[in-house]
Design a protein around this ligand. Sequence first.
Ligand SMILES: *Cc1c(COP(=O)(O)O)cnc(C)c1O
Length: 384
Amino acid sequence: MRDKIIFDLIEQESNRQDNDIQLIASENYVSEQVMEAQGSILTNKYAEGYPGKRYYGGCEVIDEIEVIAQERFKKLFKTDYHVNVQPHSGSQANQGVFNCILNPGDKVLGMSLDHGGHLTHGHALSLTGKLYEISSYVTDENGELNYDEIRKIAIDVKPKLIICGASAFSLEIDFEKFSLIAKEVGAYLLADIAHIAGLVATGNHMSPFAHVDFVTTTTHKTLRGPRGGVIACKEEHAKLLDRSVFPGIQGGPLEHVIGAKAVAFYEALSDDFKVYQDQVVANCKAFCNQFIELGYTIISGRTENHLFLIDVLQSVGVTGKDAENILGKHNITVNKNSIPNDTLSPVISSGIRLGTAAMTTKGYNESDFILLANKIDQILKENK
Ligand SMILES: *Cc1c(COP(=O)(O)O)cnc(C)c1O
């Protein structure tokens, strides 16, 4: 019997995704073949363990798929790091790293959430904030990372792990500078490239590989694959890392998602994907510059990747929450976002975050984004 209720709702959501303008920086539209793999019979298979070392029979085909996913990831990021494609999400990828090298109570240094870091980098409400002793670094008065300041904090804190990588930061992250700091204080270094993975793959952002002990990523943001996570690490951590993911924090891997990850990496290895990422970055610059032109306050002053944040409270006198609602009523989907030293609570916030990955997939170019900036400006000013 067909479940009409859910399939009707999927139809509704499909219409929303087709008709609204999606500017959420962490979202994208996957290809038909990514969805085909993810919606396949691979979901029926239990495969606890790793290729060649499973705890279930009948894993011969699954093993081939998982190895292909690993190999394609290595090729895509031009790395010989060990790759684990099993994390169910970006959060679980981070948890897998923490569980691999940290004990409860160990010190971790990450980027503060309201300066662009992610919840799993030690926010008090995240398990990471409960298990480990967290210190944070913030952006400076220009919204930039001040590596001398971060070095001072690292020397002072002596963390066992330093995390670099962000969810709401529009400037390039210098993984090499972070690696010098980590070396100096004897800390492990984790680069969380969840947002920028697509840009890293195509050389539109500095690569963390060779500079860091661990790389974590999601596969569903700029990388344009299924919802999921990946961890890569230096060979010396390989065994412990695999054990940390399974049986440490997960049971059976989602092999249908791993199949879809492999398809996404295949697509990302194509010349088209480089063209796409170039356009994502060019669109973001054009979009951001138009807001600057219109007099808006941009956090960090500019963008060097696929996203940027606007201080809407200062720019037009609406809160992030209201801006999200107003734009939502005009079929433009954005998310409210805290800005550095925000005076409002995270559920209200002074900012919105805008990204170009999804609409670039839909074919938007620079002039589309310039028109869109004008439209957003007009909507916010008419409805505040
Ligand atoms: C999105 C994101 C994550 C978490 O990914 P989920 O799949 O939502 O768990 C982790 N780290 C960073 C930096 C992110 O932007």
